[in-house]
Write a protein that binds this ligand. Structure first.
Ligand SMILES: [Zn+2]
Length: 153
Protein backbone atom coordinates (compact mmCIF):
# COMPACT_ATOMS: atom_id res chain seq x y z
CA UNK A 1 0.00 0.00 0.00
CA UNK A 2 1.36 3.39 -0.94
CA UNK A 3 0.97 6.10 1.63
CA UNK A 4 0.98 9.83 1.60
CA UNK A 5 3.48 11.57 3.77
CA UNK A 6 2.25 14.99 4.78
CA UNK A 7 5.56 16.68 4.26
CA UNK A 8 5.92 19.62 1.91
CA UNK A 9 2.25 20.40 2.37
CA UNK A 10 0.94 23.03 0.01
CA UNK A 11 -1.93 25.35 0.88
CA UNK A 12 -4.93 25.78 -1.38
CA UNK A 13 -4.01 29.42 -1.72
CA UNK A 14 -0.57 28.54 -3.06
CA UNK A 15 -2.15 25.99 -5.38
CA UNK A 16 -4.50 28.60 -6.86
CA UNK A 17 -1.44 30.59 -7.82
CA UNK A 18 -0.09 27.63 -9.73
CA UNK A 19 -1.06 27.66 -13.37
CA UNK A 20 -3.27 24.78 -14.43
CA UNK A 21 -1.02 23.79 -17.32
CA UNK A 22 0.44 20.34 -16.66
CA UNK A 23 3.95 19.52 -17.86
CA UNK A 24 4.59 17.10 -20.72
CA UNK A 25 5.73 13.66 -19.57
CA UNK A 26 6.27 10.32 -21.30
CA UNK A 27 6.36 6.64 -20.39
CA UNK A 28 9.62 4.92 -21.34
CA UNK A 29 11.72 1.95 -20.27
CA UNK A 30 13.45 2.77 -16.98
CA UNK A 31 16.89 1.83 -15.72
CA UNK A 32 15.32 1.54 -12.26
CA UNK A 33 12.54 -0.93 -12.96
CA UNK A 34 10.30 -1.80 -15.90
CA UNK A 35 8.50 1.25 -17.21
CA UNK A 36 9.20 4.70 -15.89
CA UNK A 37 7.85 8.18 -16.52
CA UNK A 38 10.14 10.92 -17.78
CA UNK A 39 9.93 14.72 -18.00
CA UNK A 40 9.86 16.13 -21.54
CA UNK A 41 10.38 19.70 -20.35
CA UNK A 42 11.64 21.67 -17.36
CA UNK A 43 9.34 21.32 -14.36
CA UNK A 44 9.54 23.86 -11.55
CA UNK A 45 9.67 22.85 -7.90
CA UNK A 46 6.17 22.37 -6.41
CA UNK A 47 4.57 22.20 -9.87
CA UNK A 48 1.72 19.70 -10.12
CA UNK A 49 2.66 17.01 -12.63
CA UNK A 50 -0.17 14.47 -12.81
CA UNK A 51 -3.00 12.96 -10.78
CA UNK A 52 -2.86 9.34 -9.66
CA UNK A 53 -5.96 7.87 -11.30
CA UNK A 54 -7.67 4.54 -10.76
CA UNK A 55 -10.71 2.84 -9.33
CA UNK A 56 -11.77 4.21 -5.93
CA UNK A 57 -12.32 1.25 -3.60
CA UNK A 58 -12.67 0.79 0.15
CA UNK A 59 -9.66 -0.12 2.27
CA UNK A 60 -11.32 -3.45 2.97
CA UNK A 61 -11.75 -4.22 -0.73
CA UNK A 62 -8.14 -3.29 -1.42
CA UNK A 63 -6.71 -5.99 0.86
CA UNK A 64 -7.29 -8.96 -1.48
CA UNK A 65 -6.26 -7.01 -4.54
CA UNK A 66 -3.04 -5.84 -2.92
CA UNK A 67 -2.11 -9.39 -1.96
CA UNK A 68 -2.73 -10.51 -5.53
CA UNK A 69 -0.63 -7.68 -6.99
CA UNK A 70 2.19 -8.18 -4.47
CA UNK A 71 2.50 -11.83 -5.47
CA UNK A 72 3.38 -10.51 -8.95
CA UNK A 73 5.75 -7.95 -7.44
CA UNK A 74 3.42 -5.08 -8.29
CA UNK A 75 2.09 -2.18 -6.24
CA UNK A 76 -0.95 -0.39 -7.66
CA UNK A 77 -2.98 0.64 -4.63
CA UNK A 78 -2.49 4.14 -3.24
CA UNK A 79 -4.15 5.15 0.02
CA UNK A 80 -6.28 8.26 -0.44
CA UNK A 81 -7.34 8.38 3.21
CA UNK A 82 -8.32 5.98 5.99
CA UNK A 83 -11.45 4.83 4.16
CA UNK A 84 -10.53 4.94 0.48
CA UNK A 85 -7.84 3.53 -1.78
CA UNK A 86 -7.12 4.25 -5.46
CA UNK A 87 -6.37 1.09 -7.47
CA UNK A 88 -4.43 2.17 -10.55
CA UNK A 89 -4.60 -1.34 -12.03
CA UNK A 90 -8.21 -0.51 -12.92
CA UNK A 91 -8.60 2.69 -14.96
CA UNK A 92 -5.18 3.99 -14.04
CA UNK A 93 -3.25 6.59 -16.02
CA UNK A 94 0.45 6.96 -16.78
CA UNK A 95 1.08 7.98 -13.14
CA UNK A 96 0.99 4.31 -12.19
CA UNK A 97 4.32 3.83 -13.98
CA UNK A 98 6.17 6.43 -11.90
CA UNK A 99 8.82 4.50 -9.98
CA UNK A 100 9.60 4.70 -6.29
CA UNK A 101 12.83 6.25 -5.10
CA UNK A 102 14.20 6.73 -1.62
CA UNK A 103 15.72 10.00 -2.93
CA UNK A 104 12.92 11.15 -5.24
CA UNK A 105 12.41 14.33 -7.27
CA UNK A 106 8.62 14.34 -6.72
CA UNK A 107 6.23 13.83 -3.83
CA UNK A 108 2.54 13.03 -3.46
CA UNK A 109 -0.21 15.07 -1.88
CA UNK A 110 -4.00 14.95 -1.73
CA UNK A 111 -5.64 18.11 -3.07
CA UNK A 112 -9.42 18.39 -3.22
CA UNK A 113 -9.81 14.63 -2.86
CA UNK A 114 -7.38 13.67 -5.61
CA UNK A 115 -3.86 12.32 -5.33
CA UNK A 116 -1.33 14.54 -7.09
CA UNK A 117 2.29 13.82 -7.96
CA UNK A 118 4.17 17.10 -7.56
CA UNK A 119 7.75 18.08 -8.36
CA UNK A 120 9.80 18.22 -5.17
CA UNK A 121 12.60 20.07 -6.92
CA UNK A 122 13.42 21.47 -10.34
CA UNK A 123 13.27 18.63 -12.87
CA UNK A 124 15.12 18.73 -16.19
CA UNK A 125 13.92 17.30 -19.53
CA UNK A 126 14.81 13.60 -19.80
CA UNK A 127 14.92 13.06 -16.03
CA UNK A 128 12.93 10.14 -14.70
CA UNK A 129 10.18 11.17 -12.26
CA UNK A 130 10.16 9.36 -8.92
CA UNK A 131 8.45 9.73 -5.57
CA UNK A 132 8.64 7.90 -2.27
CA UNK A 133 5.83 5.32 -2.06
CA UNK A 134 5.92 5.28 1.75
CA UNK A 135 4.57 1.75 1.60
CA UNK A 136 3.15 -0.04 4.60
CA UNK A 137 2.53 -3.77 4.85
CA UNK A 138 4.94 -6.66 4.52
CA UNK A 139 7.75 -4.92 2.62
CA UNK A 140 8.26 -7.87 0.28
CA UNK A 141 9.82 -6.02 -2.63
CA UNK A 142 13.49 -5.05 -2.70
CA UNK A 143 13.97 -1.36 -3.54
CA UNK A 144 15.93 -0.78 -6.74
CA UNK A 145 16.19 3.00 -6.64
CA UNK A 146 20.02 2.84 -6.64
CA UNK A 147 22.67 0.13 -6.49
CA UNK A 148 22.89 -1.31 -3.01
CA UNK A 149 19.72 0.28 -1.61
CA UNK A 150 18.76 -1.78 1.43
CA UNK A 151 15.17 -0.55 1.72
CA UNK A 152 12.15 -2.71 0.98
CA UNK A 153 8.74 -1.74 -0.33
ZN1 LIG B 1 15.73 2.77 -2.35
Amino acid sequence: MLNLMLRGRITRWEMRLTELYLPQIKRKRSKLHGWGVFALENINKNKRVITYEGEKITSKASEDREDRYLRRGEIWCFRLNRRWVIDANVGGNIARFINHSCKPNCYSNVIDGRIWIIAGKAVKPGEELTYNYHTDGDKEIQCRCRPGCKNRL
